[in-house]
Write a protein that binds this ligand. Structure first.
Ligand code: HEM
Length: 404
Protein backbone atom coordinates (compact mmCIF):
# COMPACT_ATOMS: atom_id res chain seq x y z
CA UNK A 1 0.00 0.00 0.00
CA UNK A 2 1.43 3.41 -0.93
CA UNK A 3 0.01 6.76 0.08
CA UNK A 4 -1.83 9.30 -2.02
CA UNK A 5 1.00 11.62 -3.24
CA UNK A 6 -1.43 14.59 -3.29
CA UNK A 7 -2.26 14.18 0.39
CA UNK A 8 -0.90 16.87 2.72
CA UNK A 9 2.40 15.87 4.29
CA UNK A 10 3.05 17.00 7.88
CA UNK A 11 6.26 18.80 8.78
CA UNK A 12 8.88 17.07 10.89
CA UNK A 13 10.17 17.22 13.63
CA UNK A 14 6.88 17.79 15.42
CA UNK A 15 6.69 19.91 18.58
CA UNK A 16 7.21 18.08 21.85
CA UNK A 17 4.68 18.74 24.63
CA UNK A 18 6.92 19.74 27.50
CA UNK A 19 8.02 18.66 29.94
CA UNK A 20 7.77 14.94 29.20
CA UNK A 21 5.37 13.75 26.50
CA UNK A 22 6.46 13.02 22.95
CA UNK A 23 4.58 15.05 20.28
CA UNK A 24 0.83 14.40 20.54
CA UNK A 25 0.68 13.61 16.80
CA UNK A 26 2.51 10.33 17.42
CA UNK A 27 -0.41 8.66 19.23
CA UNK A 28 -2.84 9.79 16.50
CA UNK A 29 -0.56 8.51 13.75
CA UNK A 30 -0.08 5.17 15.50
CA UNK A 31 -3.87 4.75 15.53
CA UNK A 32 -4.65 5.94 12.02
CA UNK A 33 -1.50 5.65 9.93
CA UNK A 34 1.39 4.00 11.78
CA UNK A 35 3.70 4.23 8.76
CA UNK A 36 3.19 7.76 7.45
CA UNK A 37 4.81 10.40 5.28
CA UNK A 38 6.43 13.57 6.64
CA UNK A 39 8.70 16.30 5.33
CA UNK A 40 11.95 17.43 6.93
CA UNK A 41 12.85 21.16 7.22
CA UNK A 42 15.06 20.95 4.11
CA UNK A 43 12.20 19.40 2.09
CA UNK A 44 13.46 15.81 2.20
CA UNK A 45 10.53 13.39 2.56
CA UNK A 46 10.72 10.52 5.06
CA UNK A 47 8.50 7.76 6.44
CA UNK A 48 7.74 7.99 10.16
CA UNK A 49 7.31 4.79 12.15
CA UNK A 50 5.21 5.09 15.30
CA UNK A 51 4.71 1.44 16.30
CA UNK A 52 7.15 -0.40 18.56
CA UNK A 53 7.13 -3.52 16.35
CA UNK A 54 7.73 -1.56 13.13
CA UNK A 55 10.54 0.50 14.68
CA UNK A 56 12.32 -2.66 15.82
CA UNK A 57 11.73 -4.45 12.51
CA UNK A 58 13.22 -1.56 10.51
CA UNK A 59 16.20 -0.97 12.82
CA UNK A 60 17.10 -4.67 12.64
CA UNK A 61 16.47 -5.01 8.88
CA UNK A 62 19.53 -6.05 6.84
CA UNK A 63 18.69 -3.89 3.79
CA UNK A 64 18.04 -0.73 5.79
CA UNK A 65 21.06 1.58 5.80
CA UNK A 66 22.39 4.18 8.27
CA UNK A 67 24.76 5.68 5.65
CA UNK A 68 24.10 9.44 5.50
CA UNK A 69 26.04 9.80 2.25
CA UNK A 70 23.31 7.91 0.35
CA UNK A 71 21.18 10.31 -1.76
CA UNK A 72 17.77 10.81 -0.13
CA UNK A 73 18.99 10.07 3.42
CA UNK A 74 16.87 12.17 5.81
CA UNK A 75 19.29 14.65 7.50
CA UNK A 76 18.00 15.65 10.93
CA UNK A 77 20.61 18.23 11.80
CA UNK A 78 22.44 20.54 9.36
CA UNK A 79 25.87 19.17 10.36
CA UNK A 80 24.92 15.84 8.75
CA UNK A 81 24.46 17.58 5.40
CA UNK A 82 27.75 19.47 5.83
CA UNK A 83 29.60 16.19 6.34
CA UNK A 84 28.28 14.94 3.01
CA UNK A 85 28.87 18.24 1.16
CA UNK A 86 32.44 18.55 2.41
CA UNK A 87 33.17 14.99 1.34
CA UNK A 88 34.16 13.92 4.89
CA UNK A 89 33.78 10.31 5.89
CA UNK A 90 30.86 10.12 8.34
CA UNK A 91 31.44 8.71 11.84
CA UNK A 92 30.88 4.94 12.12
CA UNK A 93 27.42 5.58 13.61
CA UNK A 94 26.39 6.68 10.13
CA UNK A 95 28.12 3.87 8.26
CA UNK A 96 26.93 0.33 7.45
CA UNK A 97 28.53 -3.09 7.91
CA UNK A 98 31.18 -4.22 7.12
CA UNK A 99 32.96 -0.87 7.92
CA UNK A 100 30.65 -0.25 10.87
CA UNK A 101 31.35 -3.73 12.27
CA UNK A 102 35.08 -3.00 12.56
CA UNK A 103 34.37 -0.19 15.03
CA UNK A 104 31.72 -2.13 16.95
CA UNK A 105 34.19 -5.01 17.43
CA UNK A 106 36.75 -2.51 18.65
CA UNK A 107 34.42 -0.80 21.15
CA UNK A 108 32.11 -3.53 22.51
CA UNK A 109 34.83 -5.12 24.72
CA UNK A 110 35.54 -1.68 26.20
CA UNK A 111 31.94 -1.17 27.38
CA UNK A 112 30.98 -4.57 28.81
CA UNK A 113 29.16 -4.70 32.17
CA UNK A 114 32.35 -6.25 33.61
CA UNK A 115 34.52 -3.38 32.37
CA UNK A 116 32.04 -0.88 33.74
CA UNK A 117 32.20 -2.47 37.21
CA UNK A 118 35.84 -1.45 37.40
CA UNK A 119 34.78 2.16 36.84
CA UNK A 120 32.15 2.12 39.61
CA UNK A 121 34.32 3.48 42.49
CA UNK A 122 35.65 6.30 40.30
CA UNK A 123 32.15 7.26 39.15
CA UNK A 124 30.86 7.16 42.75
CA UNK A 125 33.64 9.54 43.76
CA UNK A 126 32.87 11.89 40.85
CA UNK A 127 29.15 11.97 41.72
CA UNK A 128 29.85 12.57 45.44
CA UNK A 129 32.31 15.39 44.69
CA UNK A 130 29.91 16.98 42.24
CA UNK A 131 27.01 16.75 44.71
CA UNK A 132 29.23 18.49 47.32
CA UNK A 133 29.90 21.15 44.70
CA UNK A 134 26.17 21.59 43.96
CA UNK A 135 25.31 21.80 47.66
CA UNK A 136 28.00 24.46 48.16
CA UNK A 137 26.26 26.81 45.69
CA UNK A 138 24.01 29.72 46.65
CA UNK A 139 20.37 28.65 46.43
CA UNK A 140 18.58 28.30 44.12
CA UNK A 141 21.30 26.63 42.05
CA UNK A 142 21.31 25.31 38.50
CA UNK A 143 21.42 21.50 38.56
CA UNK A 144 22.40 21.37 34.88
CA UNK A 145 25.53 23.52 35.31
CA UNK A 146 26.62 22.04 38.66
CA UNK A 147 25.68 18.36 38.30
CA UNK A 148 24.12 17.16 35.05
CA UNK A 149 26.82 18.49 32.70
CA UNK A 150 29.98 18.04 34.81
CA UNK A 151 29.29 14.41 35.83
CA UNK A 152 29.29 12.92 32.29
CA UNK A 153 32.22 15.16 31.37
CA UNK A 154 34.31 13.93 34.32
CA UNK A 155 33.25 10.33 33.70
CA UNK A 156 34.28 10.54 30.04
CA UNK A 157 37.63 12.06 31.13
CA UNK A 158 38.17 9.13 33.49
CA UNK A 159 37.06 6.55 30.90
CA UNK A 160 39.23 7.91 28.11
CA UNK A 161 42.19 8.51 30.41
CA UNK A 162 42.43 12.32 30.26
CA UNK A 163 44.97 13.41 32.93
CA UNK A 164 43.44 15.22 35.89
CA UNK A 165 45.42 18.39 35.17
CA UNK A 166 43.60 18.69 31.82
CA UNK A 167 40.09 18.29 33.20
CA UNK A 168 39.41 22.00 33.23
CA UNK A 169 40.52 22.51 29.63
CA UNK A 170 38.47 19.51 28.57
CA UNK A 171 35.32 20.57 30.42
CA UNK A 172 35.65 24.11 29.18
CA UNK A 173 35.87 23.03 25.52
CA UNK A 174 33.15 20.39 25.67
CA UNK A 175 31.00 22.98 27.49
CA UNK A 176 31.38 25.28 24.46
CA UNK A 177 30.50 22.45 22.07
CA UNK A 178 27.35 21.64 24.03
CA UNK A 179 26.21 25.15 24.93
CA UNK A 180 23.19 26.64 23.24
CA UNK A 181 24.78 30.09 23.49
CA UNK A 182 28.04 29.32 21.65
CA UNK A 183 28.53 30.99 18.27
CA UNK A 184 29.49 28.82 15.24
CA UNK A 185 32.99 30.41 15.41
CA UNK A 186 33.39 29.42 19.08
CA UNK A 187 32.23 25.88 18.29
CA UNK A 188 34.66 25.58 15.35
CA UNK A 189 37.56 26.85 17.50
CA UNK A 190 36.69 24.51 20.39
CA UNK A 191 36.46 21.59 17.94
CA UNK A 192 39.93 22.35 16.50
CA UNK A 193 41.36 22.57 20.02
CA UNK A 194 39.72 19.31 21.14
CA UNK A 195 40.99 17.50 18.05
CA UNK A 196 44.52 18.75 18.75
CA UNK A 197 44.11 17.72 22.39
CA UNK A 198 42.94 14.21 21.46
CA UNK A 199 45.79 13.89 18.96
CA UNK A 200 48.26 14.66 21.78
CA UNK A 201 46.40 12.27 24.09
CA UNK A 202 46.79 9.44 21.56
CA UNK A 203 50.56 10.17 21.29
CA UNK A 204 50.88 10.30 25.06
CA UNK A 205 49.15 6.92 25.46
CA UNK A 206 51.45 5.45 22.79
CA UNK A 207 54.44 6.59 24.86
CA UNK A 208 53.02 5.80 28.32
CA UNK A 209 50.04 3.40 28.21
CA UNK A 210 47.72 3.30 31.21
CA UNK A 211 44.57 1.44 32.27
CA UNK A 212 42.11 3.44 30.15
CA UNK A 213 40.11 3.35 26.93
CA UNK A 214 42.46 5.38 24.72
CA UNK A 215 45.48 3.29 25.81
CA UNK A 216 43.55 0.12 25.06
CA UNK A 217 42.42 1.29 21.61
CA UNK A 218 45.95 2.49 20.79
CA UNK A 219 47.57 -0.75 21.93
CA UNK A 220 45.01 -3.22 20.56
CA UNK A 221 44.04 -1.53 17.30
CA UNK A 222 46.15 1.49 16.22
CA UNK A 223 49.50 -0.19 16.76
CA UNK A 224 48.30 -3.35 15.00
CA UNK A 225 47.32 -1.25 11.98
CA UNK A 226 43.61 -2.10 12.30
CA UNK A 227 42.57 1.54 12.47
CA UNK A 228 44.20 4.73 11.20
CA UNK A 229 45.14 7.53 13.58
CA UNK A 230 42.53 9.82 11.98
CA UNK A 231 39.75 7.23 12.30
CA UNK A 232 40.71 6.52 15.91
CA UNK A 233 40.52 10.24 16.67
CA UNK A 234 37.11 10.51 14.96
CA UNK A 235 35.88 7.52 16.99
CA UNK A 236 37.00 9.05 20.30
CA UNK A 237 35.32 12.31 19.27
CA UNK A 238 32.10 10.41 18.54
CA UNK A 239 32.18 8.73 21.96
CA UNK A 240 32.63 12.13 23.50
CA UNK A 241 29.74 13.72 21.63
CA UNK A 242 27.35 10.76 21.79
CA UNK A 243 27.87 10.12 25.48
CA UNK A 244 27.99 13.57 26.93
CA UNK A 245 24.86 15.57 26.17
CA UNK A 246 22.62 12.48 26.17
CA UNK A 247 23.61 11.51 29.70
CA UNK A 248 23.45 15.14 30.91
CA UNK A 249 19.91 15.49 29.56
CA UNK A 250 18.87 12.23 31.21
CA UNK A 251 20.20 13.49 34.56
CA UNK A 252 18.33 16.81 34.40
CA UNK A 253 15.06 15.51 32.93
CA UNK A 254 15.17 12.37 35.11
CA UNK A 255 15.48 14.58 38.20
CA UNK A 256 12.54 16.63 36.98
CA UNK A 257 10.46 13.47 36.36
CA UNK A 258 11.09 12.37 39.96
CA UNK A 259 10.28 15.81 41.39
CA UNK A 260 7.05 15.98 39.38
CA UNK A 261 6.03 12.49 40.55
CA UNK A 262 6.53 12.69 44.33
CA UNK A 263 4.94 9.29 45.05
CA UNK A 264 7.48 7.63 42.70
CA UNK A 265 10.31 9.59 44.33
CA UNK A 266 9.09 8.45 47.76
CA UNK A 267 8.98 4.82 46.56
CA UNK A 268 12.57 5.10 45.32
CA UNK A 269 13.71 6.72 48.55
CA UNK A 270 12.04 3.93 50.55
CA UNK A 271 13.68 1.21 48.46
CA UNK A 272 16.96 2.32 46.81
CA UNK A 273 17.18 -1.07 45.04
CA UNK A 274 14.47 0.27 42.73
CA UNK A 275 17.01 2.59 41.14
CA UNK A 276 17.73 0.22 38.21
CA UNK A 277 14.05 -0.11 37.19
CA UNK A 278 13.60 3.64 37.82
CA UNK A 279 16.40 4.45 35.35
CA UNK A 280 14.84 2.13 32.73
CA UNK A 281 11.49 3.87 33.19
CA UNK A 282 13.15 7.28 32.84
CA UNK A 283 14.83 6.14 29.63
CA UNK A 284 11.48 4.92 28.24
CA UNK A 285 9.39 7.83 29.49
CA UNK A 286 11.76 10.56 28.29
CA UNK A 287 13.08 8.88 25.11
CA UNK A 288 15.43 11.82 24.63
CA UNK A 289 16.93 10.44 21.39
CA UNK A 290 13.45 10.13 19.84
CA UNK A 291 14.36 11.25 16.31
CA UNK A 292 17.99 10.06 16.18
CA UNK A 293 17.54 6.72 14.33
CA UNK A 294 17.20 7.96 10.75
CA UNK A 295 17.71 5.39 7.99
CA UNK A 296 17.29 4.80 4.25
CA UNK A 297 15.86 1.74 2.47
CA UNK A 298 18.29 0.19 -0.02
CA UNK A 299 15.70 -2.22 -1.45
CA UNK A 300 11.91 -2.12 -1.72
CA UNK A 301 10.42 -3.44 1.50
CA UNK A 302 7.16 -3.72 3.37
CA UNK A 303 6.70 -2.23 6.83
CA UNK A 304 3.40 -2.75 8.65
CA UNK A 305 1.56 -3.22 5.33
CA UNK A 306 3.11 -0.14 3.65
CA UNK A 307 5.55 -0.40 0.75
CA UNK A 308 8.77 1.56 1.23
CA UNK A 309 10.76 1.99 -1.96
CA UNK A 310 14.53 1.74 -2.29
CA UNK A 311 16.00 5.23 -1.73
CA UNK A 312 13.25 6.39 0.63
CA UNK A 313 14.13 7.70 4.09
CA UNK A 314 12.75 6.31 7.35
CA UNK A 315 12.76 7.55 10.94
CA UNK A 316 12.06 5.07 13.73
CA UNK A 317 10.53 7.36 16.37
CA UNK A 318 11.81 6.04 19.69
CA UNK A 319 9.41 8.24 21.69
CA UNK A 320 6.47 6.82 19.74
CA UNK A 321 7.69 3.22 20.07
CA UNK A 322 8.32 3.61 23.81
CA UNK A 323 4.83 5.07 24.26
CA UNK A 324 3.10 2.36 22.17
CA UNK A 325 0.06 1.48 24.30
CA UNK A 326 0.12 -2.12 23.04
CA UNK A 327 3.54 -2.60 24.67
CA UNK A 328 3.55 -0.08 27.53
CA UNK A 329 0.00 0.39 28.89
CA UNK A 330 -0.76 3.97 30.08
CA UNK A 331 2.60 5.17 28.72
CA UNK A 332 1.99 8.70 30.02
CA UNK A 333 2.24 7.37 33.59
CA UNK A 334 5.75 7.51 35.02
CA UNK A 335 5.82 4.22 36.92
CA UNK A 336 9.15 2.93 38.22
CA UNK A 337 7.58 -0.47 38.97
CA UNK A 338 6.44 -1.16 35.40
CA UNK A 339 9.46 -3.17 34.22
CA UNK A 340 10.39 -1.05 31.18
CA UNK A 341 13.69 -2.67 30.27
CA UNK A 342 12.46 -3.73 26.82
CA UNK A 343 12.21 -0.05 25.81
CA UNK A 344 14.27 1.01 22.79
CA UNK A 345 15.58 4.35 24.12
CA UNK A 346 19.10 3.15 23.19
CA UNK A 347 17.95 2.18 19.69
CA UNK A 348 17.79 -1.36 18.36
CA UNK A 349 19.75 -3.57 15.95
CA UNK A 350 23.38 -3.18 14.91
CA UNK A 351 23.56 0.50 15.87
CA UNK A 352 22.15 0.04 19.36
CA UNK A 353 23.98 2.39 21.74
CA UNK A 354 27.53 1.23 22.37
CA UNK A 355 27.75 3.25 25.61
CA UNK A 356 24.51 2.03 27.22
CA UNK A 357 26.22 0.12 30.04
CA UNK A 358 28.21 3.20 30.96
CA UNK A 359 25.11 5.43 30.75
CA UNK A 360 23.11 3.05 32.95
CA UNK A 361 25.88 2.84 35.53
CA UNK A 362 26.27 6.63 35.68
CA UNK A 363 22.52 7.20 36.00
CA UNK A 364 22.06 4.51 38.64
CA UNK A 365 24.89 5.88 40.79
CA UNK A 366 23.72 9.45 40.34
CA UNK A 367 20.05 8.91 41.20
CA UNK A 368 20.84 6.64 44.15
CA UNK A 369 23.07 9.33 45.66
CA UNK A 370 20.89 12.31 44.71
CA UNK A 371 17.80 10.77 46.33
CA UNK A 372 19.59 9.81 49.55
CA UNK A 373 21.88 12.81 49.93
CA UNK A 374 19.44 15.62 49.04
CA UNK A 375 16.09 14.51 50.50
CA UNK A 376 14.63 18.03 50.43
CA UNK A 377 15.45 18.70 46.76
CA UNK A 378 12.74 20.75 45.04
CA UNK A 379 12.13 22.72 41.90
CA UNK A 380 12.83 26.47 42.18
CA UNK A 381 10.88 27.61 39.10
CA UNK A 382 7.49 26.74 37.55
CA UNK A 383 7.82 23.56 35.47
CA UNK A 384 6.21 25.25 32.44
CA UNK A 385 8.81 28.07 32.48
CA UNK A 386 11.90 25.84 32.30
CA UNK A 387 14.17 26.26 29.25
CA UNK A 388 13.56 23.03 27.32
CA UNK A 389 15.74 22.03 24.38
CA UNK A 390 13.07 22.12 21.72
CA UNK A 391 15.53 22.20 18.82
CA UNK A 392 18.21 19.69 18.01
CA UNK A 393 18.24 15.94 17.76
CA UNK A 394 18.27 15.24 21.51
CA UNK A 395 15.64 16.50 23.97
CA UNK A 396 16.75 18.03 27.26
CA UNK A 397 16.95 21.04 29.55
CA UNK A 398 19.27 24.05 29.30
CA UNK A 399 18.92 24.77 33.02
CA UNK A 400 17.13 23.33 36.07
CA UNK A 401 16.91 25.72 39.04
CA UNK A 402 16.61 23.73 42.27
CA UNK A 403 16.50 24.41 46.00
CA UNK A 404 16.83 22.08 49.00
C1 HEM B 1 24.11 5.11 19.56
C2 HEM B 1 21.04 6.91 22.86
C3 HEM B 1 24.73 7.38 26.01
C4 HEM B 1 27.84 6.25 22.49
C5 HEM B 1 22.96 5.50 20.21
C6 HEM B 1 21.62 5.38 19.66
C7 HEM B 1 20.77 5.90 20.58
C8 HEM B 1 21.55 6.33 21.72
C9 HEM B 1 19.25 6.03 20.45
C10 HEM B 1 21.26 4.72 18.33
C11 HEM B 1 21.27 5.69 17.18
C12 HEM B 1 20.78 5.08 15.87
O1 HEM B 1 20.29 3.96 15.84
O2 HEM B 1 20.90 5.77 14.86
C13 HEM B 1 21.78 7.18 24.00
C14 HEM B 1 21.21 7.67 25.24
C15 HEM B 1 22.26 7.81 26.14
C16 HEM B 1 23.47 7.40 25.44
C17 HEM B 1 19.73 7.95 25.51
C18 HEM B 1 22.27 8.27 27.57
C19 HEM B 1 21.38 7.94 28.45
C20 HEM B 1 25.89 7.05 25.35
C21 HEM B 1 27.22 7.01 25.96
C22 HEM B 1 28.10 6.71 24.94
C23 HEM B 1 27.32 6.55 23.72
C24 HEM B 1 27.53 7.27 27.43
C25 HEM B 1 29.60 6.54 24.95
C26 HEM B 1 30.40 6.74 25.91
C27 HEM B 1 27.09 5.88 21.39
C28 HEM B 1 27.67 5.48 20.12
C29 HEM B 1 26.60 5.15 19.27
C30 HEM B 1 25.38 5.36 20.05
C31 HEM B 1 29.15 5.42 19.80
C32 HEM B 1 26.68 4.65 17.84
C33 HEM B 1 26.58 3.15 17.82
C34 HEM B 1 26.57 2.56 16.43
O3 HEM B 1 26.20 3.24 15.46
O4 HEM B 1 26.94 1.40 16.30
N1 HEM B 1 22.89 6.06 21.47
N2 HEM B 1 23.14 7.05 24.16
N3 HEM B 1 25.99 6.76 24.02
N4 HEM B 1 25.72 5.80 21.30
FE1 HEM B 1 24.43 6.31 22.79
Amino acid sequence: MTQDPAAEVPEFPMARRCPFDPPSEYAKLRETEPVSRAQLPDGTPAWLLTRYADARAVLAHPTVSADITKPGFPPLIPIQKDIVKQGHKPPFMRQDPPEHTVYRRMLIPEFTVRRMKVLRPAIEQIVDDQLDHLLAQDRPADLVAHLALPVPSLVICRTLGVPYADHEFFQDKTGILLSFDSTPEQVAKAMTEIRAFLGDLISEKQRTPDDDLVSSLVHNHLEKGEVTRENLLATILLLLNAGHETTANMISLGTLALLENPEQLAALRADPELVGPAVEEMLRYLSIGDIVPARIATEDMEVGGTTIKAGEGLIALLGAANWDTGVFPSPETFDIHRGARHHIAFGYGVHQCVGQNLARLELEILFRKLVSRVPTLRLAAPVEDLPYKRQGAVYGLHALPVDW
